[in-house]
Ligand binder design. Structure first.
Ligand code: SAM
Ligand SMILES: O=c1cc(-c2ccc(O)cc2)oc2c(O)c(O)ccc12
Length: 384
């Protein structure tokens, strides 16, 4: 008969339940250790070494030799790999399988789909650099203090002498590079799904402006997949200045592609469709309304001349708690963490459907549709 224990609030629970609760508190306090182990594995080039190996799965000693590590660190590498395999980035092949039933001393590793995203030049490696650098971590230490600050203060600014994320990026070229590389990586992933699985979104669209389109990855992919759609990358002048054709975009041979510098808070070039990918969650409701009103004007056609188009604004952002996400722990966690990141950095937020509806209606749209989910994000359309 197991003993009963007081959970410190007078509730009586079993000893096992009490100690499991302690492990949960450990694990959530330790999450940063897994993050740092991931950063370490990427910095060491573990995913690349596994991927390039002719031996699949690769043995621990061959992995250590390929990196290469100091020979004394082989066992440390095994221990680094253990929580990362547990987290789903690598598979550890069972010893019994390898040795045909006999005892096999070494672990062998291969990459999972999540592990492949960590390869150098892949979509998630700049993300890890960006997220886990010392300056990013600083703002998270300010989180509880933030609850006492005035409404518009954000932890990021508190941790960076009052400078905004965008101002810091301007002063730190390495961070700026990592940010735009992160956006390029994500846009490649999302564009692949968008142009192959969401073709109906582009039906009847002759012109499209990617607002806040960064270095142009998304617009290039759309322009290539749909040569009849005239695509424009629209971003701040210093972002688009010469960057798209040289750095991330690779659109120098695409004829139906244009670049315009400007501010989405002022005027957006007219088009049949405006795309807002990962834009609105950076901003509070007031700023989002300004952006959406400018977008609506850009796609509404000339209302005075009654030249109404079937325009639309295409939004790729999260819909917190949408039906495809509920019950999926991974996707829910991604939504909740991005929401915290957005408020800690920009006073922005991830919105639920009610909040999206209020924004679209307040900006003067006649209706909207959630077309489909894209992992934790959704593809939405709003109609002028
Ligand atoms: C989070 S990034 C998203 C980039 C891109 N849409 C993507 O998903 O990869 C936000 C973008 O908004 C741009 N941006 C910020 N303020 C802007 C403004 N006032 N007008 C136009 N673009 C702006 C930034 O330069 C940046 O490229
Ligand atoms: O994936 C990101 C990451 C950030 C980010 C990273 C590090 C920081 O110190 C702050 C923010 O910002 C993002 C963002 O603004 C966005 O619109 C999409 C993705 C990300």
């Amino acid at each position: 008969m197991s003993q009963q224990h007081d959970d410190l609030l007078g509730n009586i629970i079993s000893g096992n339940k009490l100690l499991e609760a302690q492990a949960r508190a450990w694990n959530y306090s330790f999450n940063y250790i897994v993050s740092m182990a991931l950063k370490c594995a990427v910095e060491l080039g573990v995913p690349d070494a596994i991927s390039k190996s002719p031996e699949q799965p690769i043995s621990l000693s061959n992995l250590a030799a390929a990196i290469p590590l100091h020979p004394s660190k082989n066992d440390a590498l095994r221990r680094l790999m253990r929580p990362l395999a547990h987290a789903g980035f690598f598979t550890t092949t069972s010893a019994a399988f390898l040795a045909g039933g006999e005892e096999e001393a070494e672990d062998h590793y291969s990459l999972t789909t999540a592990g492949k995203l960590l390869l150098r030049g892949g979509p998630q490696s700049p993300f890890i650099e960006l997220f886990l650098d010392a300056s990013t971590m600083t703002s998270w230490g300010m989180l509880s203090a933030w609850f006492h600050y005035s409404a518009d203060a954000v932890p990021f600014k508190a941790g960076h002498d009052g400078a905004s994320f965008w101002e810091c990026m301007e002063k730190d070229p390495a961070q700026k590079k990592a940010f735009y590389e992160t956006m390029v990586g994500d846009s490649k992933l999302v564009a692949g799904v968008l142009v192959s699985e969401c073709k109906e979104v582009f039906e009847g669209v002759e012109s499209l402006v990617d607002v806040g389109g960064g270095t142009g990855t998304m617009a290039v992919a759309i322009a290539r997949a749909f040569p009849k759609v005239n695509c424009t990358v629209f971003d701040l002048p210093h972002v688009v200045a010469g960057v798209m054709k040289e750095e991330g975009g690779g659109g120098d041979d695409v004829e139906n592609l244009h670049v315009v510098g400007g501010s989405m808070f002022e005027k957006i070039p007219p088009a049949d469709a405006v795309l807002l990918k990962w834009i609105l969650h950076d901003w509070d409701d007031e700023r989002c309304l300004k952006i959406l009103k400018c977008c609506r004007e850009a796609v509404a056609g000339d209302e005075k001349k009654k030249k109404k188009k079937n325009g639309k604004v295409i939004v790729i952002d999260m819909v917190v708690g949408n039906e495809d996400v509920v019950g999926n722990k991974e996707l829910c966690q991604a939504q909740f963490c991005y929401d915290l990141l957005m408020f800690a950095t920009f006073n922005g937020k991830e919105r639920d459907e009610k909040e999206w509806r209020s924004l679209f209606m307040a900006a003067g749209f006649s209706g909207y549709k959630i077309i489909r989910s894209l992992g934790p994000r959704s593809l939405m359309e709003a109609y002028p």
